[in-house]
Design a protein around this ligand. Structure first.
Ligand SMILES: [Zn+2]
Length: 124
């Protein structure tokens, strides 16, 4: 399953692709919402690991406008709940993730991202 908490960690790994290789852009997405147990402490601990602007842009590209442009300094419970929803409950079941740098397309099928590369795209 591709949740935004995972997507926020994914960069293109085609060899020599180092520019604009994050975040991957979603397209043709089929989105499913699955309620997940709320663990706001976990969400709070995860904050330093997030690339906030990538997360906000990605959530907006999927039609979720609940996150503020700037990461709040002081979080309200309401805001943490919105973040929990975006990170943990939005699942991309089908679609594509495209690298803005090299154009490589990582397809998602049945919730599984295909991160494999063709022979010529692998580094070494
Ligand atoms: Zn790339």
């Amino acid at each position: 399953m591709v949740r935004l908490i995972t997507h926020n960690m994914l960069a293109c790994h085609v060899k020599n692709c180092t520019k604009d290789n994050f975040p991957l852009s979603f397209s043709d997405v089929e989105l499913v919402v699955r309620p997940a147990p709320e663990n706001l402490e976990f969400i709070q601990r995860f904050l330093p690991k997030l690339d906030w602007s990538a997360l906000v842009d990605t959530a907006r590209s999927l039609g979720d406008e609940s996150l503020p442009e700037q990461m709040p300094d002081q979080w309200t419970e309401e805001q943490l709940k919105a973040l929990h929803h975006v990170l943990m409950e939005l699942h991309v079941e089908e679609g594509n993730m495209t690298c803005r740098g090299c154009g490589h397309v990582y397809p998602i099928s049945n919730g599984i991202p295909n991160m494999l590369l063709a022979e010529h795209e692998v580094g070494r």
